[in-house]
Design a protein around this ligand. Sequence first.
Ligand code: TYM
Length: 344
Amino acid sequence: MAFKERVFSGVQPTGNLHLGNYLGALVKFVALQEKYDCIYCIVDLHAITVWQDPAELPKATREVAAAFIACGIDAKRHIVFNQSQVAEHAELAWIFNCVARLGWLNRMTQFKEKAGKDRENASVGLYAYPSLMAADILVYRATHVPVGEDQKQHLELSRDIAQKFNNDFGPSIRAHGYGEAFFPLPEPLIQGPATRVMSLRDGAKKMSKSDASDQSRINLTDAADAIAHKIRRAKTDPDPLPGEEAGLASRPEADNLVGIYAALAGRAKWEVLKEFGGAQFSSFKAALVDLAVAKLGPINAEMKRLMADPVHIDSVLAQGAERAQVIAAETMKAVKDIVGLVHR
Ligand code: TYM
């Protein structure tokens, strides 16, 4: 069955949006606007699966909204809002909790990483997180989901949930005239040279908001001198850059910096190596600093400008939520018919 093509993706407002989020997600969000109807969500309900200071969360939410807009997302043509303003996300997540199996959630590596050794003390929300993520996507019956590599397993679970819902409720879906399958199986869009940006201090670790070392990541709020300092200090090996991609195979730090350069320049890694093959890191890093500052500087400045007017950001989010809710409410009505829940 053909579903209307629609893009959905989400970003958590947990502070420190970084180069990984930018290259793995935001750059793609912007590019997809040309071809699809897009819904971009600041997932505050996901954020509270671990403790968030209630005095800080609103600022973090507005900061992601500011980043979206500063990067070039058009909130008029597309939809930008924060998750908690559309209650249907949580409503559908409950239904999905009753569709997803314990065994499926037990396999989620991100839960294992985030809960750590003290699993008994993790919130139930952290465990059920992927059901909410499936609901985010499917409450809009979205077909395409741009994310970084680290979200791949969650996306597969979303597909499993959609498939099981379609199967379990198949007769009811057909009886109510909702076609053969109610939910699309959302497709992950994970492409390009920077689907997994690594820490600048350790090529084996993902660049992450939660890394204790601020030197490990470039934040979207970093000023030019901080960006330059972090890139110059980034871990590398002593050899010059190889001329071909195969030469990056056992050099994770070199691979990471080349990937970052390629993604920022909108080129492929092999093209970057064609230009810089044989160069020392000192000169490559100097070129990378120039490129990163040229790309991130204007975003940083625009974010600052937007953050100075929280009332405007809140009105963008409110308008986005209103439009999102119309679509979500329609889906929930149908879901209630299909599941057999009496409703108005
Ligand atoms: P979050 O907030 O951790 O990250 C937001 C986006 O940034 C990507 N990303 C990276 N990409 C490349 N390299 C990195 N080092 C890196 N770090 C983060 C993430 O893959 C993501 O695309 N669960 C999601 C949010 C979410 C969502 C959704 C996404 C909630 N519901 C529905 C898509 C669809 C998360 O925690 O992303």
